[in-house]
Each structure stands twice: as structure tokens, then as C-alpha cells.
Design a protein around this ligand. Structure first.
Ligand code: GLU
Length: 312
């Protein structure tokens, strides 16, 4: 068992397609932050959302990471193999009365027209029980809880992000009771990520700022489950010319593995590391060695999005 002071970071891609520039930024950023602190860096495949997973994508992502010299220090964890742990967490939440079954359809929720920071806020219809004749399919967590079994505040959730500063979120108003187990029987990302980060003893989470708004939900779950809260660092996300986050939906191109040094230098430029031009003549290992030694995130403070490089 590692000492709690030992840095343990991770990169947790969803195998929904090949790595694109934006996901490589999260991989490289989390790796450099871990290695700069002489820490352990893990890769976790978030392959729970089976309808979105693409066959072969997990292997493809691991092969791509290897081309860039990014190797997990421990065997890769696959979320699809951890459902017993998620079930255990759900049982704990059920026992504490923190979750309730919900029968509402998307349309019924949309009709309530309550809006938060990530779309619709669940109006709480099933909090007091499921209407007669209906069946609960999803499990939602109450966001109106004020006391956890552990003396930690539940509302608002406040935390300090290493790059994005002090964040406060009122979950009940801004997010609403969120799903921890979906109507299709799959565990939701928010629950799975909290269980895995705890089970893998992750001390520091470095990921894209698109997940900043999810962090309060994760801290809320950690507090209800009595789990430690890691340190959070949210890196700027790479956006295209239209200002959209690079993703499968915005048809982001797979990263160029044919010229790994050039691609890696573009990632370092994006992360404002100012790599010396001479590194272009070296190999991936020498670029990583330079980047680990010189890693400095000061110039990324407060930045949540940056344009992705345009490759001609
Ligand atoms: N699997 C998530 C994604 O690819 C990342 C989860 C995380 O880093 O917490 O967006």
C-alpha cells in the first residue's frame, strides 16, 4: 500500500473513438504533473457506457499512448470489470437514504422546464416516492441533503482547483438530483469515477476543464461515501475554430502518430511550456524528459479553453 503522501495521478479516457488532440493534452498534462512530482501515473479505461464504446478503441488508445511514451505504471483498470464495487457504493447510498428510484422519462423532465448549468434540473418528482402503477428504473441522488455521516459540508460544495481557483456550486439549484444508476442499468460516470479514484488511491486528478462542473458532484458523493477528496487541476480544453471542444461529436481528427515528436511538441506548446526548438531533432523520450523537468502550469491559471493548433 502506498503512503498517502505519494502522488498518484491518472488518465481516464472513454474508449468512444481514437485519441484526438484534446484527449492527448489531458494524457500528457496528467502524466507530466505526476512525473514532475515523482508520482505514479495510471491509465483507466472508462468503458462503462457500453452503447458509446467503440470496439477496438481501448486498444487503439493504449497503442497511441505508447507511441507517445505514456505507459501506465500499473495494469490498466477497465471500469467494465469493476461493477461489483459500484454496486457496493450504491448499496451504501441506499442504506443511508441518499438515493431514490426514479421512473421519469426524458420528456417528463423536459416538461418541467427547470434549467441549471448543465441543462435540465430534475424537478424532484420521485423524491417522495414513485407514482402508483409506475416503476423506478434509474437511481437518483438527493442533492438536498445537508448532513453526511461524516462532518463535511454538503451545500454548497466548495473546493479549490489548482488552476481554476475557488469554485462553489449549489448542487440542488445548479445541477439537481443526478443519476447514479441509469435506467438502462448502467452505473453513471459520476459514481464510477468516484469509486475508482478512491479504490486506486488517486491523490491528484488532472483533466480537462470540461469536467470542472462535474467535480462538485464527485465531491458530494465522496462525502456521502466517506471517501477522501483528491486535489483537482482542470487544464484548458482544446477548442476548434468554432469554439467547440474537440470531440468525436465535433469530428476531431485522431492524433498524428506518424510524427510523435512533432505532435508532442504541439501539445507542449498548447500547454504553454515553450519547448526549445532543438527538441524537434530528438525522440519522444528526450521530449518527455525535458517536459517533466520543466513542467510549469503557472501560465495556464484561470484558462478553461485554448484554440487547438491548426495543422496544415
Ligand atoms: N472518461 C472521461 C472522459 O473521457 C474522463 C473522466 C475523468 O477524467 O474524470 O471525458
Amino acid at each position: 500500500m502506498s503512503s498517502p503522501l505519494q502522488y498518484r495521478g491518472r488518465f481516464a479516457p472513454s474508449p468512444t473513438g481514437p485519441l484526438h488532440f484534446g484527449s492527448l493534452v489531458a494524457a500528457v498534462g496528467s502524466y507530466l504533473e505526476a512525473k514532475h512530482h515523482h508520482g505514479t501515473w495510471l491509465v483507466r479505461m472508462e468503458d462503462l457506457d457500453t452503447p458509446r464504446c467503440v470496439p477496438g478503441a481501448a486498444e487503439d488508445i493504449l497503442r497511441t499512448l505508447e507511441v507517445f511514451g505514456l505507459l501506465s505504471d500499473e495494469p490498466v483498470l477497465y471500469q467494465s470489470q469493476c461493477t461489483v464495487a459500484y454496486e457496493g457504493a450504491l448499496l451504501k447510498l441506499q442504506a443511508g437514504g441518499a438515493v431514490y428510484p426514479c421512473c421519469c422519462t426524458r420528456k417528463e423532465i423536459a416538461d418541467s422546464a427547470l434549467h441549471g448549468i448543465e441543462g435540465l434540473v430534475y424537478p424532484g418528482t420521485c423524491r417522495t416516492g414513485i407514482p402508483a402503477g409506475r416503476e423506478g428504473r434509474a437511481w437518483r441522488i438527493r442533492t438536498d441533503l445537508r448532513a453526511s455521516p461524516f462532518p463535511l459540508p454538503l451545500s454548497p460544495i466548495e473546493f479549490s482547483d489548482t488552476l481554476q481557483g475557488h469554485i462553489t456550486q449549489n448542487l440542488e439549484r445548479e445541477i439537481g438530483d443526478f443519476v447514479v444508476k441509469r435506467a438502462d442499468g448502467l452505473f453513471a460516470y459520476q459514481l464510477a469515477v468516484v469509486v475508482d479514484d478512491a479504490d486506486q488511491e488517486i491523490t491528484h486528478i488532472v483533466r480537462g476543464a470540461d469536467l470542472l462542473a462535474s467535480t462538485a458532484r464527485q465531491i458530494y458523493l465522496q462525502r456521502l461515501l466517506g471517501l477522501n477528496t483528491p486535489a483537482y487541476m482542470h487544464l484548458p480544453v482544446a477548442v476548434n475554430a468554432a469554439g467547440e471542444k474537440l470531440s468525436k461529436q465535433t469530428l476531431a481528427a485522431p492524433v498524428d502518430t506518424a510524427q510523435p515528436v512533432a505532435t508532442l511538441l504541439r501539445v507542449l506548446d498548447f500547454l504553454r511550456q515553450q519547448p526549445p526548438a532543438a527538441l524537434a531533432d530528438g525522440d519522444v523520450d528526450s521530449v518527455l524528459a525535458w517536459a517533466i523537468q520543466h513542467w510549469d502550469t503557472a501560465k495556464l491559471r484561470g484558462i478553461q479553453a485554448l484554440p487547438a493548433p491548426v495543422i496544415s
